[in-house]
Ligand binder design. Structure first.
Ligand code: SF4
Length: 481
């Protein structure tokens, strides 16, 4: 559902190629959707879908198809990806794409890693991408979004973030306005999802463009935004323009204050200020979802978890999302620290997902202490009391039920029972615990079975030899070569 695969589709068509665009959200048989007679395939993959991408690449290469990998996994783990693809791409622009399709030959063991210096200055319009957008629109069962982007990169430097090293670049505003007009001609009341890593860095410019192009009440918007952007006047303006959901990242009570506009504030003082601001935001914007990261190195003891509980009490209408801190290969220069300290666990990519696991041995907790704190906080945040208060604070009937269903499924209860099962396994499964304690690098049966089960028999049979393992310190090693 990302934008770059659509962009690649348009650029390839402009060169006279026939393009098939296949979306996969885990619900269908992807092999059946892949057409015959392909010359070249581009696959965009997150790290947790890497083994799926590797299997598909292996299957298609055996039929003579040239394979190219892009997306976050290619940027984070290029060395590993090059074992299974002919080309692996970091930042892609049109010149680089033309180079790949005119070369277009197999490069075995390893493939070639290519990256542009920066992201493209412009991308094809929504009208040019519409066929692909429509496909994604009808693919989504519940929340139908039209993906838009107004900028690449980010001026902030959060040390865990893949976008922190990409210079901020705003895309053309007149092109954006034309995109709005086109969307309104196609959809009665579109819901537009901003794919900017950090929406609203040039807040007034974007809001002016929306106000000049979209009459009030004709569109809804969802955006990831910094707290420093979400001042009261900005929030009121967003409400007037149809923003129905914002997703600010708090991450930690001891760090990342700059992007929250609270440089220097930490601990309970930060909880108090952030809570007051989010209560103001939630009065104006119906759905506010905040992100927390657990397991950062500058946190220890019960205090960070207790502070988040106070936040839950003080900010009852805001939906909390909890992630475990993880180091994704080359995503950030800061990941080198954990490789230098030999603390990265080579969890197979399929399970390397912040919602489920951390691949960093905690700096200030044992595994048991860490999981006990995480489970305790989640139990508190999705207790009957917290759910009841959250339910009462949300005005919209549809949102009430959406939030309730999120809480009792994957976002809340599901996550609690998953983490509880991992804690239990750490206590009872010797092989599993030894892997997390770095006494062995042998992949536990648990992880192997998860990949096998999720790939299904056909794609499991195409998973290349050795593709469950990876070198967790390859980034560090590459610097000393
Ligand atoms: S503000 Fe958001 S997008 Fe920007 S570097 Fe931090 S986490 Fe990444």
């Amino acid at each position: 559902m990302s934008i770059m695969p659509q962009v690649i589709g348009v650029w390839c068509r402009q060169q006279g190629h026939e393009v098939h665009y296949v979306l996969y959200g885990g619900r269908s048989d992807i092999v059946k959707q892949i057409p015959d007679n392909l010359d070249l395939v581009f696959i965009s993959s997150f790290t947790f879908t890497a083994q799926l991408a590797y299997s598909i690449s292996n299957m298609l290469r055996s039929k003579g198809v040239v394979s190219v990998l892009g997306g976050p996994h290619a940027r984070c783990y290029p060395e590993d990806s090059c074992k299974y693809f002919d080309y692996v791409v970091g930042l892609l622009n049109k010149e680089l794409l033309l180079e790949i399709i005119s070369d277009g030959i197999h490069h075995h063991s390893p493939g070639i890693y290519l990256s542009g210096k920066k992201q493209p200055h412009s991308i094809p319009s929504v009208e040019e991408r519409w066929e692909f957008i429509e496909k994604g629109y009808s693919y989504s069962a519940v929340i139908k979004l039209i993906p838009m982007i107004s900028s690449f990169g980010c001026p902030y430097k959060c040390d865990f973030c893949i976008d922190s090293s990409i210079p901020y670049q705003q895309l053309d505003i007149d092109a954006l306005k034309s995109d709005f007009h086109f969307i309104l001609s196609k959809v009665k009341r579109p819901r537009i999802g901003w794919y900017d890593p950090n929406f609203g860095v040039r807040f007034n410019t974007i809001m002016n463009a929306i106000e000049e192009s979209i009459p009030p009440g004709r569109a809804d918007f969802i955006a990831e935004c910094n707290l420093s952007t979400l001042t009261e006047s900005n929030v009121r303006r967003m409400r007037k323009n149809g923003f129905s959901c914002v997703i600010p990242g708090i991450e930690s009570w001891y760090n990342y204050g700059k992007k929250a506009g609270m440089n220097g504030l930490e601990g309970f003082e930060k909880v108090r200020q952030v809570s007051a601001q989010l209560n103001m935001i939630q009065k104006n914007i119906p759905y506010v979802n905040v992100n927390f990261i657990m397991g950062l190195d500058n946190e220890q003891g019960q205090e960070p978890f207790e502070l988040t509980k106070r936040f839950i009490d003080m900010t009852p209408g805001v939906y909390p999302s909890f992630l475990l801190f993880g180091a994704f290969g080359r995503a950030s220069h800061a990941n080198l620290k954990y490789q230098e300290e030999n603390r990265i666990i080579p969890i197979p990519f399929h399970s390397h997902r912040s919602t489920h696991f951390t691949n960093i041995k905690p700096g200030n907790y044992t595994w048991f202490q860490f999981y006990e704190c995480v489970i305790d906080l989640l139990n508190y945040s999705f207790s009957n009391r917290a759910l009841y208060k959250r339910f009462r604070m949300i005005e919209s009937g549809i949102l009430k039920w959406f939030i309730l269903s999120q809480s009792v499924s994957t976002g809340g209860y599901g996550k609690i029972s998953f983490h509880a099962s991992i804690l239990n396994r750490l206590r009872t499964d010797k092989q599993f615990r030894s892997f997390f304690e770095q006494e062995t690098t042998e992949i536990p049966v648990f992880f192997r079975e998860r990949v096998k089960n999720d790939l299904g028999p056909q794609l499991w049979s195409w998973l290349p030899e050795g593709a469950l393992e990876h070198d967790p310190n390859i980034y560090l090693k590459s610097l000393s070569l």
